[in-house]
Design a protein around this ligand. Structure first.
Ligand code: SF4
Length: 340
């Protein structure tokens, strides 16, 4: 654990910080994060980019899981802006999944049969360097109350929509009151049977799984699914386990999806350990994703052969229920395509 200037959940006066206070206190400055990790920028083994247009953002709870003095810490590598991100690589684009083509009303993406994705909040607690939405026009998709009404009307009018997926940014970046109001509105739509969250917030800011949020979930009369986004076993600490147990107590099915990232988790032992630690925390591995080819993230990509090799090794070492499906998102295919 890194020696942060104060315990991650306490203010200078020793009071427990709310998740909003923790969010406000996130690292947004590369030198400050490096100083907290005892790393001297002059010694960096790669070129940093402290002024990236997709700037650094790291909650202290997540930073506390990084190893001080390690430039190649797998959690640090996921969030540290590097100069290599501005290299232009053929095949990498700003909208790799062409989501702008499936964006019928602001804040809503309708690509999959029977499911819609609601961009509940454009904000995110962390800025992952491999994020496929790092160039998404969130300014045009920052939902106002009127936009939400338009998106909800779109869902109400289509009885074939059975599942609403709350995404972002991160849906849990919404405050409890707005989130509760959105959940209640969806709960009132009879043909929606399942509400799914895709959120990395429990991983990077476990305090976000707050008592009011759990109360909101308990009031929902739908199947509840929560897909956390964890990429490395070192991300699964005690705080996250506590947050996940609260979600389970609200009747939520917990799944995980992982993005394969060179230098972070491209190792059989790491992926095996991740599956086992997830399971001990009550989470089933769901997807192992090949990287979406977003501009700025090419240095994270693994070849398909390496991805298949890693997946095969998991099949050989883990029980089947702990082996995630190896998939790629293809803008021309209306489901996650298995990497055959
Ligand atoms: S948590 Fe998800 S949406 Fe947010 S920056 Fe990371 S990958 Fe992107």
């Amino acid at each position: 654990m890194i020696p942060l200037s104060q315990p991650q959940c306490q203010s200078e006066k020793g009071q427990t910080e709310t998740w909003q206070e923790q969010l406000a206190g996130a690292f947004r400055d590369v030198p400050a994060l490096l100083a907290a990790l005892d790393l001297d920028p002059a010694q960096a083994p790669y070129l940093l980019e402290p002024r990236s247009p997709f700037p650094l953002r790291v909650p202290r709870a997540f930073a506390s899981l990084m190893q001080p003095g390690d430039w190649f810490d797998p959690l640090l590598l996921q969030v540290l802006p590097l100069a290599i991100e501005s290299d232009r690589t053929p095949g990498y684009s700003e909208d790799p999944l062409r989501e702008r083509d499936t964006n019928p009303v602001p804040g809503l993406i309708h690509k999959y049969h029977g499911r819609v994705l609601l961009i509940a909040s454009p904000a995110c607690a962390v800025h992952c360097r491999y994020c496929f939405r790092r160039h998404f026009p969130y300014d045009e998709n920052t939902p106002s109350q009127a936009d939400w009404e338009q998106a909800l009307d779109y869902i109400r009018q289509r009885s074939d929509i059975q599942e609403v997926i709350l995404s972002g940014g991160d849906p849990l970046a919404l405050n409890d009151r707005r989130l509760d109001s959105l959940l209640s509105a969806i709960n009132d739509i009879d043909h929606v049977t399942t509400l799914r969250f895709h959120s990395r917030l429990p991983v990077v800011l476990p305090a976000r799984i707050s008592p009011p949020f759990i109360d909101s979930l308990k009031a929902i009369d739908k199947n509840l699914v929560f897909v956390i986004h964890s990429n490395h076993p070192a991300e699964i600490g005690n705080e996250l386990k506590g947050a996940l147990s609260h979600l389970r107590s609200a009747g939520v099915t917990l799944l995980n999806q992982t993005v394969l990232l060179k230098g972070v988790n491209d190792d059989t032992r790491i992926l095996e350990s991740l599956s086992r630690r997830l399971f001990y925390a009550g989470v089933l591995p769901y997807y192992l994703h090949q990287l979406d080819r977003v501009a700025g993230a090419a240095h994270f990509e693994l070849g398909d052969d390496k991805a298949r090799y890693l997946h095969q090794a998991l099949l050989e070492t883990l029980p089947g229920y702990l082996v995630p499906r190896l998939v790629r998102e293809d803008p021309d295919i209306p489901y996650k395509a298995p990497l055959a």
